[in-house]
Design a protein around this ligand. Structure first.
Ligand SMILES: [Zn+2]
Ligand SMILES: [Zn+2]
Length: 255
């Protein structure tokens, strides 16, 4: 049994064949997944999926790339959704300095507001970080994010930063890049972070693992991420599957 902690089945790339993709995930042993909404249409669709499938949960929040579009009404809406029984986390939120659609100061403000909201509704947070590690760590510390904790999704930082995040009550989630031949850091992180603090994800339709790199990703491929972690740690695939699934249930408070 595998738990894909970060999917975007709400993306338009799955409009044509969603049923088949979900069926293939189940055939690959994926027993649960969290669908992450990050703007108005994708939050709406994540809620619809969570209500339609008992093994799909929702995470709702605002992506840093689109921070400039978030209104006060959106924040109120996210707070209302937080009380829905299938909403298990707030996010994805964070900072993304790769794209310049939203200025840094606006990204930071929207990030802080969502951490404060998560503390109010007592849900863990899912962090998106691209080229912004130092600022992310500083804001998590300043806002006391350890109180709710959460997930560093598709973690691409160094082992040192990973260990810093563990101290703040965060899990480290690894995705497709850990399977890339030239990806040194994710492999080091997989080796250093204790299995009890690791999660697996696809972030599909993005970041497909080897040998599907560059193609559309889907939840069934999370198996390849688990296999890679097992190989790096020198333990069985079954142990990785079992422990990461237990970790996911713990962070999302799912029985
Ligand atoms: Zn992300
Ligand atoms: Zn994502």
């Amino acid at each position: 049994m595998l738990f894909d902690t970060h999917v975007h089945l709400n993306a338009e790339q799955f409009e044509e064949d969603l049923e088949e993709v979900i069926a293939r995930a189940q055939e690959s042993g994926v027993s649960s997944m969290v669908c992450v909404g990050f703007d108005r249409p994708t939050i709406q669709k994540a809620m619809e999926l969570a209500e339609s499938y008992d093994f799909i949960y929702a995470c709702v929040g605002w992506h840093p790339v689109d921070a400039i579009d978030m209104t006060e009404e959106d924040l109120v809406w996210i707070e209302e959704l937080a009380s829905h029984p299938k909403v298990v986390a707030i996010g994805e939120m964070g900072l993304d300095y790769h794209w310049d659609k939203s200025p840094k100061d606006i990204q930071k403000e929207v990030f802080r507001k969502q951490i404060q909201l998560a503390k109010k509704v007592k849900l863990p947070i899912v962090i998106h970080n691209r080229e912004a590690t130092a600022d992310i760590v500083e804001i998590l510390q300043e806002e006391g994010a350890a109180e709710v904790g959460g997930i560093m999704h598709c973690f691409s930082g160094s082992p040192e930063v990973a260990l810093e995040c563990l101290k703040m009550n965060f899990y480290i989630s690894l995705g497709g890049p850990v399977t890339f031949k030239n990806a040194k850091k994710p492999k080091e992180v997989a080796a250093v972070v204790p299995l009890e603090k690791l999660l697996i994800e696809t972030d599909c339709p993005y970041l497909a693992p080897h040998p599907y790199r560059g193609k559309r990703n889907e939840p069934g491929y999370v198996k390849l991420v688990a296999e890679q972690i097992a190989e790096i740690k020198g333990i069985s695939f079954e142990e990785v599957a079992e422990v990461t699934t237990a970790n996911a249930k713990k962070v999302f408070d799912i029985n």
